[in-house]
Design a protein around this ligand. Structure first.
Ligand code: OGA
Ligand code: NI
Length: 366
């Protein structure tokens, strides 16, 4: 286990130091105003009361997993391709993971954040590769303005090696999170197969399925406590996810928005579903056909929101590049080769918000 970061000094708990301990702690201290560390410049503030998010024509595509597995597969693959091309996001229903497994995961995640800070802060570390990392904001060591989010990040693969490092309390965390990690991984493999097929690639000729068997997997439990001034800050700033796919489980509180045709669209939670999104690696693999889309999280003044994001991709040691069959004279190669080490160096040294990383990998076509 890596050494914990020094947080705060002495016994002063002024709001200036309190923020390093996370937003849950501030909320529990009954904070009435958002400390200046969280206040976004006016141009970056969410327009919480914007009527745009309410436009009825904006709905995320819903993919029925049972259709993908049955006689309607062709049609479902078509819908899948359309969602990945035009939204970069879809909601997955009928996915076959038992409600008990997803409910236990959200529930144990919630109880982790309800434990005393002394229990949670054992896992605070600046080491980005630590098997367990508890923290606040987006990147607490770099962010100029903090965001209204605490998180627990668990690396999940290979599970038997990592499990002993995961928090031992709540007492059921390891079992519930391990079950959940295994089930989401199996589901991911089936979705990747469908994605490969939807791109018109020949499964037998592509090595991707073999590679994914040892693919990376991490899970981030996000906690967004109520915020006294939700119009001044965000739970997560606009960003794209760097993996191949993200499978997001959210409770029934709204907060996630995606950028669609220059407008922010609120993702209405469908109980028991997953929100699945294309990450940077899939955008690269598909040579730009599937889009890794910007998304952000808004907070609110009344409800605590919990979400569990599973980020899955190629092995950490892989090089990510466009599939050879998708590079054609009419659609030349759009991205340079990339790897995880380059990405990790990048986020350590610069701002991982927006799609900055992907832009560093783009080949400008004339
Ligand atoms: C993420 C993310 C959205 C949410 O973890 O990358 O975008 O609703 N989460 O918590
Ligand atoms: Ni994200």
């Amino acid at each position: 286990m890596s050494p914990a970061i020094e947080i705060s000094t002495g016994n002063d708990d002024s709001s200036e130091n309190l923020y390093q301990k996370g937003v849950k702690t501030m909320y529990e201290n009954g904070i009435e105003h958002v400390p200046s560390k969280y206040v976004l410049p006016p141009s970056e503030r969410p327009n919480v009361s914007s009527p745009e998010a309410e436009l009825p024509d904006l709905h995320l595509p819903v993919i029925d997993f049972a259709h993908l597995q049955g006689p309607n597969r062709r049609q479902a693959l078509h819908s899948l391709a359309h969602a990945c091309e035009h939204f970069g996001f879809f909601q997955l229903v009928n996915h076959g993971i038992a409600e008990e497994v997803t409910e236990k995961m959200v529930n144990v995640g919630k109880r982790f954040f309800e434990m005393p800070l002394s229990e949670r802060e054992k896992y605070m570390t600046a080491d980005m590769n630590a098997p367990v990392r508890y923290g606040t904001s987006f990147n607490q060591n770099r962010d100029g303005v903090f965001c209204w989010r605490d998180f627990l990040k668990l690396i999940c693969h290979p599970l038997p090696q990592l499990l002993p490092h995961w928090p031992s309390s709540p007492i059921d965390l390891r079992e519930s999170a391990a079950n959940y990690a295994e089930e989401t991984r199996a589901l991911y493999m089936v979705i990747v197969e469908a994605i490969v097929e939807s791109l018109g690639l020949n499964k037998r000729e592509e090595t991707i399925m073999k590679e994914m068997e040892d693919g990376s997997q991490l899970m981030v439990v996000n906690c967004y406590p109520p915020c006294p001034q939700p119009d001044l800050t965000v739970g997560m700033p606009p960003h794209s996810d760097y993996g191949f796919l993200t499978l997001l489980l959210q409770d029934d509180v709204e907060g996630l928005q995606i950028l669609h045709k220059h407008r922010w669209l609120t993702v209405r939670p469908i109980p028991g579903s997953f929100v699945v999104n294309v990450g940077d690696h899939l955008e690269i693999f598909s040579n730009g056909r599937y889009k890794s889309v910007l998304h952000r999280v808004l907070v609110n003044s009344t409800n605590c929101r919990i979400s569990v994001a599973s980020l899955l991709s190629f092995p950490f040691t892989s090089t990510v590049r466009p599939a050879v069959a998708l590079i054609t004279p009419t659609n030349p190669r759009r991205y340079k080769d990339t790897d995880f080490a380059t990405f990790l160096d990048y986020i350590k040294s610069s701002d991982s918000k927006n799609k900055n990383f992907l832009h560093t990998r783009s080949i400008v076509l004339s």
